[in-house]
Design a protein around this ligand. Structure first.
Ligand code: EPU
Length: 430
């Protein structure tokens, strides 16, 4: 087991290459199940979630080869609807996309309940409501979800909650249903468009992805294709926040600036300078202290909940009081206690964190409880005086490709270290 060590206080400067989008990747990989010939996805991020999903495709009889450039070639011809009761499925939340994809292709699936970051309650009732509307019988038996259908028939499905996962999962099942499916109150995140683009290249007929009404005309068969993944807007956003906290001039390469408009607006409001080009963003700070701002996380194109935690760390260094409200996840505040340990003046009231700044952060031993909490602690560690030790590195590795190498490339003093026996015991018991 390793921990992340950061010696804070060094300015960041240079260029950082943004990887393919994790939250697209975890849907694109299961989507390959729906084809009946070889699909290649180019530019996947080199993260553990991708490798676990590749292994899961192999568990159901697929051939899945990930090359050194992170292109995944999947031959789904010999896949069979093997039950996937737990094990690897529990390691990531997005394993729920195997339900929609296997249901679409085989009309049945058995999948353990998904794991992933603990952000408070994360029900999948809307996914199930969608599968049932398409004609599937869904039961929960001893911690695994059983899905069975004689046939899938298109339906009109209104989502009670705007959900990225439910929108994609229903799309995956509906592309091979009979007739038309209409998803109303659909989520509009760029990852949904990316998945719809892949499915369309595989022969699906989808209109309206990226709007709140998606129409899908089912097709009988789907075929192989090549697809290039979109850049990771959350990884890009994290580096923009890092650049705003400690950056002299940081250039992000391989970005779609349109996907980051809410963050760009808020950073500018704080006094950060941002220049956007076609697929690049330049971030730098002036001499003046950063101003406090309030943010409220919302569904896309609102401020992303996935950037709320790292943004909170940045706000500890701004002047005045900021209020951060998370309307998507009620309990996405596990990073706050750790930030307080480092000297931040933050308290949580209901769904909001109230931050009084500027605080002088000091290095401490802290724990990443989930992926973006980890990113928040990296931001804090780079700003802090002295050395910060972050445990729970496995969460960060799920979503950030080559974090240490990318930060070092910007001039940060950061390295990985093995935990000693005592620290590992502490981790296990906490
Ligand atoms: N919700 C329900 N019922 C459902 C589905 C969702 O009540 O059936 C609720 C959730 O509890 C939450 C809200 O609806 O309060 C939105 O959840 P959504 O389904 O949109 O989230 P998700 O699809 O499970 C994806 C990302 C998350 C990101 C959210 C919101 C993936 C694999 N995960 O999760 O990313 O926070 O959308 O944008 O795409 C991360 O990258 O760190 C991460 C957690």
């Amino acid at each position: 087991m390793e921990k992340l060590m950061i010696e804070g206080g060094y300015p960041l400067e240079g260029t950082v290459q943004i990887s393919g989008a994790k939250n697209s990747a975890v849907a694109l990989i299961p989507a390959t199940i729906l084809a009946e010939s070889t699909v290649t996805i180019e530019g996947l991020p080199n993260i553990s979630d991708v490798r676990i999903l590749r292994d899961l495709l192999e568990e159901i009889g697929g051939e899945a080869y990930l090359d050194e450039n992170q292109s995944l070639t999947v031959n789904p011809e010999n896949m069979i609807p093997m039950p996937l009761p737990s094990g690897k499925v529990k390691k990531l939340r997005a394993s729920y996309y195997l339900m929609g994809a296997m249901l679409g292709r085989f009309k049945k699936a058995v999948i353990g309940l998904p794991g992933g970051c603990n952000l408070g309650p994360r029900p999948i009732d809307q996914h199930i409501k969608g599968f049932e509307a398409l004609g599937a019988k869904v039961t929960n038996e001893q911690g695994a979800i059983y899905l069975r259908a004689d046939e899938l028939v298109g339906a009109r499905i209104y989502l009670d909650v705007v959900s990225v996962g439910a929108t994609i999962n229903i799309m995956l099942a509906a592309v091979r249903a009979k007739g038309q499916t209409i998803i109303e109150n659909a989520a509009k995140e760029p990852e949904i468009i990316d998945v719809a683009t892949l499915l369309t290249s595989m022969g699906a007929r989808i209109k309206g992805a990226g709007t709140d009404v998606i129409r899908i005309d089912g097709v009988e068969k789907m075929h192989g294709c090549r697809h290039s993944i979109i850049p990771d807007r959350i990884e890009a956003g994290t580096y923009m926040i890092l650049a705003a906290s400690m950056g002299q001039q940081v250039l992000l390469d391989n970005v779609i600036p349109l996907h980051l408009e809410s963050l760009i607006a808020k950073l500018r409001e704080m006094g950060v300078f941002i220049e956007t080009k076609d697929d690049q963003v330049l971030v730098y700070r002036g001499k003046d202290p950063l101003k406090s701002v309030d943010i409220k996380t919302l569904v896309y194109p609102g401020f992303p909940t996935d950037l709320q935690q790292p943004f909170t760390s940045l706000l500890t260094s701004s002047e005045g009081t900021s209020i951060v409200t998370d309307t998507i996840y009620s309990a996405r505040f596990k990073h706050i206690d750790e930030l307080r340990r480092m000297g931040a003046n933050v308290k949580v009231e209901g769904r909001s964190a109230i931050i009084n700044g500027p605080a002088k952060l000091e290095g401490a031993k802290v724990k990443a409880s989930d992926l973006r909490a980890g990113a928040a602690l990296v931001v804090a560690g780079l700003m802090a005086e002295g050395v910060t030790e972050i445990s729970g590195l496995e969460h960060i590795d799920r979503g950030y490709e080559s974090l240490v190498e990318k930060l070092k490339g910007l001039g940060a003093k950061v390295w990985r270290e093995n935990m000693d026996v005592e620290e590992m015991e502490e981790m296990k018991n906490s």
